[in-house]
Design a protein. Structure first.
Ligand code: SAH
Ligand code: SF4
Length: 352
């Protein structure tokens, strides 16, 4: 069914019994299209070194209170080995935006090593920001096949309120990067933060429209969580309460499952930061991806995008069991050992 902007807005404004109805419909769409299977991607927070200065982010280059790190190759390989042993099927390499040729070559080398280690079996998603088409192509050739680059907000004006207005943080460059990712052959993932200062419901409606028009394969949306060492912190008193941000994120997930039933949708970590049951609730209303954090413990606390970011603690074994339980509480089973590619992407590809 085609939903227009009015339908989407009505769904996002639903409360009480209507909201429960939306959630129930979205759960049914999930079951019918992608099934009650949640796929895991072990999240490796590769580096908190970042050239950018996004106004919301705790690891922005302008924050002098951060101890900067970059994982060495051995640590990344250990994490990849752990993910394989646990049957996670895929990992995500995420980090700040770095543009040096050394960085590009290092990621390329790591990708080759992961593919070698796993006999090509471990899926790899990248989330390393805006890069050139050439870099995207090199990393794809080295074995990465999915990429996450959030638009943060599809509204140009709002985007410019969330970022410094300069060449390094340019809306059009962001769009171009998303198009380049598609050209390079990746499954394309994007997303937005929900509850940022100045955001309206109409912005969120437009975000859903944007996802549709960009023909995305994957989506990660999470609540905005303020961080005191960032410029946006000064607007904290005008924010919606965290409970509102939670409910609106769930509604965005549910609406996206209705509008694009076959894409992969993540139950993001930021949900857990404001509600211990946040990710279970997201899986219940349409999400089908979880990214357990498998970053080595010594650096994990330095990758603080926002405050209150949950940490799995040192016992990654029991964390794995807890992830399994949270998935089962949502009525899903874990798709162990599978890549869990976007069904939407697969069908598009098969039609070609
Ligand atoms: N540097 C890369 C990847 C790391 S940031 C990039 O920017 O794409 C990953 C995501 O963290 C961002 O896309 C942003 O949506 C999210 N994030 C950053 N600061 C946040 C905050 N204060 N609250 C919620 N999410 C935040
Ligand atoms: Fe850097 Fe990403 Fe944070 Fe922006 S959101 S400052 S690009 S890590």
């Amino acid at each position: 069914m085609e939903y227009n902007k009015d339908d989407i807005k009505r769904m996002l404004l639903a409360e009480g019994a209507n909201k429960e109805l939306l959630f129930a419909y979205a759960a049914e769409e999930k079951r019918k299209n992608v099934g009650n299977i949640t796929y895991l991607r072990g999240l490796v927070e590769y580096s908190n070194v970042c050239a950018k200065n996004c106004l919301y982010c705790g690891i922005r280059s302008g924050n002098g209170n951060v101890q900067r790190y970059t994982l060495d190759t051995v640590s990344v390989m250990d994490a990849a080995r752990f993910a394989m042993a646990k049957g996670y099927g895929s990992i995500v390499l995420q980090g700040g935006e770095i543009f040096t040729p050394e960085h590009v070559a290092r990621i390329e080398d790591i990708l080759h090593k992961i593919k070698e280690l796993s006999n090509g079996e471990l899926g790899v998603t990248l989330s390393l920001g805006e890069q050139s088409l050439d870099t995207y192509r090199r990393w794809f050739a080295a074995g990465a096949h999915r990429y996450l680059l959030r638009i943060e907000s599809s509204d140009r004006e709002l985007y410019n309120k969330l970022h410094p207005v300069n060449k390094l943080h340019d809306y059009d460059t962001r769009i171009e990067a998303l198009n380049n990712l598609r050209t390079a052959g990746y499954q394309l993932g994007t997303g937005v933060m929900i509850g940022v200062p100045f955001q309206t419901i109409d912005n969120l409606v437009d975000d859903i429209e944007f996802f549709r028009s960009m023909d995305i394969d994957m989506c990660g949306m999470g609540p905005y969580v303020e961080h005191r060492d960032t410029p946006l912190y000064k607007y904290k008193d005008m924010l919606q309460p965290t409970g509102w941000r939670m409910e609106m994120t769930l509604k965005m997930i549910a609406v996206l499952r209705m509008v694009l039933p076959k894409v992969n949708i993540a139950a993001t970590t930021a949900l857990e930061a404001i509600d211990p049951e946040g990710r279970t609730r997201a899986l219940k209303v349409g999400a089908n991806i979880i990214m357990p954090n498998i970053t080595p413990g010594i650096v994990r606390d330095s990758y603080k995008l926002y405050e209150g970011k949950p940490s799995p603690g040192d016992d990654l074994e029991s964390y794995g069991a807890a992830i399994n339980e949270l998935v089962e509480r949502a009525g899903d089973v874990v798709g162990y050992g599978k890549w869990g590619d976007s069904l939407y992407f697969r069908e598009k590809y098969e039609q070609k």
